[in-house]
Design a protein. Structure first.
Length: 282
């Protein structure tokens, strides 16, 4: 049973706002991690707990599963069949193994440098400066893409390109460097169409978000097993908000990138980064 005193209205409102922010910025290439650092800092709110951060990310994970479940099932089956057949003739099988290989750089770097990355999540100014890097990545990838008549689809990706996108995802362990932004930018850099780069970015993020979330959840429960029941209403609100908004944003962004560039997101990152750095120096 939940004690009525646990329905802290201000906590639930914060959870709603942060859930909406997470759902939007996880997929729009403007760095959700930066926004989850900057938003509480600007509003004077307490930093989100590790458990709450995990729940928000799993909300966006649910959004990914809802949008891509058919593709994910086809990729999963084809990948399993490729083991028995010892063949990667099926494009879905190749894509499945690309996702596996592309996840390894983030896992390895995150494991060995976990302490370093954790310190950055309490530094809003560092997140603001890292947004400049995201702006640079988005701008540079668009300049490269303009030199080509048209991009290619996911069937043309090679092993070394999949690994390169995987390292781009690992760089985004730094709050302020957008995971979707860095992987989409790398996808454009190797010649993918914008929509194909975004789709691959989203698929590649699924094991990374799930694995990181599971690790964070175990750490949070080990630290304070009662935190779930103590903050259950806020956790539920944050989860639903991030899942719902994330689902809508994925649908919108895939359609948007068919005919639009990433420049608007680069400008946003530049302006927000400049604002945060300026305020932090006051």
């Amino acid at each position: 049973m939940i004690n009525p005193t646990q329905f802290n209205v201000s906590e639930i409102l914060r959870a709603l706002v942060l859930g909406v922010v997470q759902g939007a910025t996880e997929f729009i290439p403007v760095s959700s991690s930066a926004h989850l650092v900057i938003m509480p800092w600007l509003a004077g709110w307490p930093d989100p707990s590790l458990l709450f951060d995990t729940v928000l990310h799993w909300g966006t994970l649910l959004a990914l599963l809802l949008v891509f479940w058919r593709e994910l099932w086809a990729i999963f089956i084809a990948t399993l069949q490729s083991i028995g057949r010892r063949s990667l003739a099926d494009p879905n099988a190749r894509l499945g193994w690309y996702i596996v290989v592309g996840t390894l750089p983030a896992v390895g770097i995150g494991y060995f440098f976990e302490g370093f990355f954790e310190t950055l999540y309490s530094d809003a100014a560092a997140a603001g400066r890292a947004l400049f890097i995201t702006a640079l990545l988005l701008t540079g990838s668009e300049l490269l893409a303009r030199r080509r008549a048209r991009g290619v689809d996911l069937t043309s990706v090679s092993w070394d390109q999949a690994i390169a996108i995987g390292f781009a995802q690992a760089v985004a362990l730094v709050p302020g460097i957008s995971r979707s932004g860095s992987t989409i930018a790398m996808g454009l850099g190797i010649g993918l169409r914008r929509e194909a780069a975004a789709r691959y970015s989203f698929l590649l993020g699924i094991p990374a978000v799930f694995g990181a979330g599971l690790l964070q959840l175990l750490q949070a429960l080990d630290t304070d097993p009662t935190e779930v029941t103590a903050h259950l209403p806020a956790l539920v609100v944050g989860f639903i908000a991030s899942a719902l908004v994330g689902y809508l944003v994925i649908r919108w962004l895939l359609a948007y990138l068919r005919s639009h560039t990433l420049y608007v997101f680069a400008v946003y990152c530049l302006l927000l980064g400049a604002l945060v750095v300026a305020l932090a120096s006051v």
